[in-house]
Design a protein around this ligand. Sequence first.
Ligand code: MG
Length: 410
Amino acid sequence: MSDPVPFPALVLDGYRATTFAYDPESERASSAWVASRAPPGTRLPGRAEWVAVFRASIPEFRKRAASDARVRDAAALADRFAADFDAKLDAVLAGAHEALFEGAPTVLKLCKLRDECLRRLGFEDCFLDVKTAENARAAAALPSVLAEIDAIAEPAARVLQLVRGAFAGNIFDLGASKSAALFADGGGTFHDTRDRKLKPRPWCVDDFDAFAARWLAAGSRESDEGQRSAAAADPKPVSEAAPRTKTTPLASPWRKCVVFVDNAGADVALGMLPFARELARGGCAVVLAANAVASINDITAAELEAFLERVAGFDPVVREAVEGGRLRVVSSGSDLPVIDLSATSRALAEAAAGCDLVVLEGMGRAIETNLAARFTCDALNVGMVKHPEVALCLGGELYDCVCRFRKAGE
Ligand code: MG
């Protein structure tokens, strides 16, 4: 990225793009709040466990790389990637990584190491086929997901469904070995996860009530008045073919929101887009920040822009928001599945000026790199826990949910 700048609403003082210490004997967790999550006496994961997390990701990457039709000799090069990255992880485990990166290992440095190993061999986007297929599947499911949300008349219940959708979509994650195995088995679908499998509240970090109270403090917008009673009388899920049941949009107390999205497919399409759409139709200008460069199955800004155009073709709310400039995509500048908010693109910094809500979504961005980040505006971190090691650090369980909300300056 040329000329990176800090994200405008980030408190730079004391910021590190890492939440958990990969070497707890030599460094502490990023904040007292993070350190307080695990029950006293918990043996926290150390360097060996975190290296093992990255080693467990190799088979999925090798599989995707081997089937990348855009790369000549993909199968042989995929084996070479696996061997290269494995050897580098050996060096990190032994503490002999001074040639690989400066200072102690962190999640960001190990993600970067893995992506560099792939890119050096010509694998620029070996998850492209699965992203494209999952985007198509999610686009087909989106009208019914939107209709279900729109039919929820009770404001707090609608916010809860939006947040639950963000968690459920986030299960599509091929960078974590557990969720990649779930995906390969055909499990972890959006509806099944949202409606049947999601961990009951309270989640391991659960500020949902404070977040919903903040959102709903603004009252409701009356632009669709008259529709509300019809929706309340018919709470059944609405089929794709049925006309959309409109309810009153939730008025947004925020004027401008930046949403850092994560994965392609169900994650961004069925989780974050409905969330952003509700904010936008409530009067908030929403900036969707996505990667500049492909990394794992994360959606890129270019892909998201094309997807948004597709959705605008069938959803009048999204079309109006896009045409009115209240919903747009900006490149974050990142080429990683995590994000360092002290070095984002200038375009994002300009688009984010004056934002009063930042939403970080996904395990990499919201939990592993920025759970302890502080902001000068309201901030929401939402993501599903897909590594047992992360669960241990947070005092939760595998597939637990994180919903951390802080008001400006907290
Ligand atoms: Mg991701």
